[in-house]
Write a protein that binds this ligand. Structure first.
Ligand SMILES: Nc1ncnc2c1ncn2[C@@H]1O[C@H](COP(=O)(O)OP(=O)(O)O)[C@@H](O)[C@H]1O
Ligand SMILES: CC(C)(COP(=O)(O)O)[C@@H](O)C(=O)NCCC(=O)O
Ligand SMILES: [Mn+2]
Length: 903
């Protein structure tokens, strides 16, 4: 919506904060008790939902099972629209997690202990995914077809009401904003039988922007001279700011708080002007084509520059260089030239610069008028286009002499639609926090290129076919947003922005620079993080291009072997081969896209790439690629465990502790994600390699804090030490790593009176052991060891093995418990900003955290600090990482002990 200069649109729309009650987060209940009689659960109910009588639909073992709320009178809406002058924006929520065969397999496997004991796990009330899609307003029918094919107006194809046909369309109300909510209300009523409930456009823009800035990590960024930098927004220091939404027209809104704003200005020279004038002058058929043309343009053929007026000289007295634009389109006054004498490329660029500068300048003036330092730009005119953002940034920077800052939003075009979505009173999404959203790379929708009209790649077969077609066509993977190398700006700064780029990713392609937002209300920040605000999980920052290239190559080279394993894990059938092929293509396409635009989905770290690989595997129904290897290695290791325990028991406690830590480091060699290690496995049996690895454990290790740890565990001289109360052991790989490394260490802690929680992955990743697999492994190990048996019984891990419950209670009551908790992850790394509520609950009374393995202790969390003591143990199984991180070599070991961080 533009400000009309003839009729100032300066409405004083100050809205008071709505629904204060709903913002008050209910005090959450946390508990975790060691014995089987109390629960390891956390409930997180949202006040807006009537959850009385709620029942889990399906199996308790599912991660996010559908929750039926029998007493919830209204169905929760899943769709909101922003129908603008140029584009229709759709935000929709899909509640159901896709049912993977992993879940099916899990169902048949042994139940986890807290389930067996009748304890509840926490279930997200509204777990699901937020999707973002757009259509041209002129193609309203395509949008209606899309909604209809996915039944979004009825809560989605998978909603129970849709399947049972119980809902009548007449009652359905969909929130909509933008002028089209009025203009096209009839079309929606006639074609879908739904009514649109109109929400004020400015209200929605502000609500959308505030939500994004508070809840989405890496939402805002600066863009100067081709360099994108994410800005960490402090929630307590967000207001006031100027919001500039560049749609067809431009709105400028001073935002002072939630629902507190004033539309202070606007301009009618906006996105519609660029697209409309551009189309007339260049005969372009699409907005993208016009934008692409600009990238090959030279505006000095169209614009009158300072140098044109001053005979090639700078007008340095007032700080203008010769190449500064004096008058946009000033050269086209020439009487001897016609439109056809000018290159469309040059026209497009001049127009883009003219409009972007103008908006940047007016924005600055309004920021100045109200003393605002920060300006956030949204609206689809920006299109993640580097040149547009650079131009606006230059204008703001130049005119404010660096005092004001232009920032952009990744969900730029969806502010209004998100705001409309937030306006549903019932779903209570407004007080969600960043840690409850996991932004994932878009899967499902075309990976690269292709249109998303009609129902987008619903089932697996469609996804595979799409990948196959994609391969046949040999479609090139094009860059999403052009990024040229940074250049200089010259005198006065008001020069031509440097990033012009070569290619523009198709606008119709796999959406924009945003992923799919997975909403998992049960996720929490790990309570033992010393400083969650400054915590950064990744050690390796992939914005360094050299690093990105290296890890890209590592992952690409690993791919054929991974596909082999994945296909074998599914029986090597033709179907598995076809899926394996599609997985490889999809993952490669994602990697290629990230190589071109590393910040496409926010700040990129190595952990994101490793998780992406696992996500891609799951997308093509490979639920556990290393299952056979894991089982084989578990069996082989369990067979030699009794001998190892005997050997350990013959040692004095000092020698034993050292041997245990050595054992953990040595056994960490069994990592099927490391190229070098996989090559080693051809050279011997598991046990031979384990023995060889242990033999090579020469102290001092590359990082060796063992003596410090020993002092804390055993004391020194006659000084008595208190044992740790509870230790959380973040375990890594299956086989020797867990059986011969971490379990014996857990046993030592138990023997010293420390409660132990084994923390493992929720979903498989590489050969990592999962929480679901641990009870069985512990049960096997417990057959040979009384300490483990009693502790496992005390922790409720051995319920199936128990014959006489009374005897068990008597026996186990003198043992501290051994427990298992899932971490909420399906990756070889761990991001402590987002862990399961189960793990968060398990931190109660914990005073020691042990992180094991490269993924959890080196790639991530190497620099993390905790409120309690932390021990980080890993073998470095990559030469480059060893050099970079510890100035050492492959197979060096890290034993880092960090006493509790003083707060
Ligand atoms: N595929 C596209 N088709 C048309 N316009 C586009 C497209 N992509 C980006 N734009 C730009 O985005 C502007 C619309 O932005 P938007 O925020 O959706 O505003 P509105 O709500 O007014 O439609 C258009 O005027 C144009 O400049
Ligand atoms: C994926 C991994 C982090 C798993 O390591 P782990 O946590 O099991 O010790 C690691 O295998 C890795 O970084 N691999 C890639 C490096 C390489 O192949 O050299
Ligand atoms: Mn691992």
């Amino acid at each position: 919506m533009a400000g009309n200069p003839n009729k100032p649109c300066n409405t004083e729309t100050t809205k008071e904060e709505k629904g204060k009650d709903s913002n008050k987060k209910k005090e959450e209940e946390k508990e975790m008790a060691p014995t089987s009689s109390s629960a390891m659960h956390r409930s997180s109910s949202r006040p807006q939902l009537d959850v009385s009588g709620a029942a889990i639909q399906g199996n308790f073992e599912e991660r996010n099972p559908t929750i039926l709320l029998p007493n919830q009178s209204d169905d929760i809406s899943h769709l909101a629209l922003d129908i603008g002058g140029s584009l229709i924006k759709l935000v929709y929520f899909s509640r159901r997690e896709e049912q993977s065969s992993h879940d099916k397999r899990k169902r048949s496997s042994k139940q986890r202990f807290w389930i067996s004991n009748g304890n509840r796990r926490s279930y997200p009330i509204l777990g699901g995914r937020l999707h973002f899609v757009k259509f041209e307003t002129g193609k309203l029918n395509e949008c209606v077809d899309f909604i209809s094919s996915k039944q979004l107006h009825r809560g989605g194809i998978d909603s129970p009401s849709w399947r049972s046909g119980s809902q009548t369309d007449q009652n359905i109300v969909i929130k909509a904003t933008g002028g089209g909510a009025y203009k096209f209300a009839d079309v929606f009523r006639e074609r879908l039988g739904v009514s649109l409930e109109k929400e004020d456009e400015m209200d929605c823009l502000v609500a959308g922007a505030n939500f994004l800035l508070k809840a989405i990590r890496h939402e805002a960024f600066t863009h100067m001279e081709g360099q994108k930098e994410f800005v960490q927004i402090d929630h307590n220091d967000l207001f006031p700011y100027l919001l500039v939404n560049i749609g067809s027209g431009v709105s400028m809104i001073k935002v002072d708080g939630d629902g507190k704003f004033q539309r202070v200005s606007g301009t009618n020279v906006g996105g519609g002007t660029y697209w409309g004038l551009g189309r007339l002058l260049t005969k372009c058929k699409s907005f993208d084509e016009l934008l692409e043309l600009s990238q090959r343009g030279d505006n000095s053929n169209i614009d009158m520059l300072v140098g044109d007026i001053y005979g090639g000289l700078d007008y340095s007295k007032i700080g203008l260089s010769a190449s500064t634009i004096a008058s946009s389109f000033g050269k086209t006054i020439s009487e001897t030239k016609e439109l056809s004498d000018y290159r469309p490329e040059d026209i497009s660029l001049s127009l883009l610069r003219m409009i972007s500068y103008n908006i940047g300048q007016i924005s600055y003036l309004n920021a100045l008028r109200y003393g605002l330092k920060r300006i956030f730009f949204g609206g689809f005119f920006i299109r993640g286009h580097a040149y547009t953002m650079d131009t606006i940034s230059f204008a703001v920077h130049f005119w404010s002499k660096g005092q004001a800052q232009a920032m952009f939003l990744r969900h730029e075009g969806f502010l209004g639609a998100i705001g409309a979505f937030m306006s549903y009173e019932k779903h209570g999404l407004d007080d969600l926090m960043a840690h409850q959203f996991v932004e994932r790379f878009p899967m499902g929708a075309p990976y690269v290129g292709g249109k998303i009209h009609g129902p987008p790649l619903g089932d697996l077969n469609e996804k595979i076919s799409w990948m196959e077609k994609f391969i046949q066509k040999g479609t090139e993977i094009t860059a999403p947003v052009p990024m040229a190398p940074p250049g200089t700006t010259g005198v006065g700064g008001f020069e031509r922005p440097s990033s012009k780029g070569d290619t523009l990713r198709s606008d119709a392609s796999a959406e924009l620079n945003i992923g799919v937002l997975h909403l998992v209300p049960s996720l929490e920040v790990f309570p033992l993080l010393a400083d969650p605000k400054t915590y950064e999980p990744n050690t390796i920052d992939l914005s360094d291009h050299g690093e990105l290239e290296y890890w890209f190559t590592v992952l690409s080279e690993h791919l054929p072997d991974l596909v082999d394993k994945a296909v074998a894990s599914e029986g090597g059938t033709d179907d598995a081969k076809r899926r394996g092929d599609a997985f490889a293509r999809a993952f490669s396409a994602h990697l290629a896209r990230l190589m071109e635009e590393p910040a496409a989905y926010g700040k990129l770290g190595l952990a994101n790439l490793l998780e992406l690989r696992e996500e891609c595997l799951r997308e093509f129904n490979f639920t556990d690629a290393y299952i056979t290897i894991k089982q084989r290695e578990n069996e082989a290791s369990l067979a030699v465990l009794p001998d190892l325990l005997m050997e350990l028991d013959s040692m004095n406690e000092e020698r034993r502790l050292l041997t245990l830590i050595e054992g953990v480091l040595a056994a960490n060699i069994f990592d099927w994600g490391s190229r070098a290690c996989v090559d080693l496995y051809h050279k011997g049996t598991i046990i031979e390699i384990y023995r060889m690895s242990r033999k090579k454990m020469q102290r001092p290790w590359r990082t060796d804090d063992f003596d410090l740890f020993k002092k804390r565990m055993l004391g020194s001289g006659d000084q008595n030490v208190q044992p740790y109360k509870r230790a959380l052991l973040f375990v890594d790989n299956s086989g020797a790593d867990i059986v011969l490394g971490m379990l014996p260490l857990a046993r030592e802690l138990l023997r010293r009176g420390t409660e132990v929680v084994l923390v493992a992955n929720y979903l498989p990743a590489l050969n990592d052991v999962t929480a679901n697999e641990l009870p069985e492994i512990v049960a096997e190990a417990a057959k040979h060891c009384d300490i483990l048996r009693k502790a496992a019984e005390a922790g409720g891990l051995l319920v199936d093995a128990m014959i006489n419950i009374q005897d068990r209670q008597k026996e186990s009551s003198d043992s501290v418990p051994l427990m298992v908790a899932e971490n909420g992850c399906g990756s070889p790394c761990i991001d402590f900003r987002q862990v399961s509520s189960e793990l968060a609950a398990a931190t109660k009374d914990a005073d020691l955290v042990i992180l094991e393995g490269m993924g959890r202790a080196l790639h991530t969390n190497y620099n993390a600090r905790f409120k309690c003591d932390a021990l980080k143990l890993a073998m470095v199984k990559n030469q480059r990482l060893a050099e970079k991180l510890v100035n050492g070599n492959i197979y060096d070991c890290v034993c880092r002990f960090e006493p509790a961080q003083e707060l």
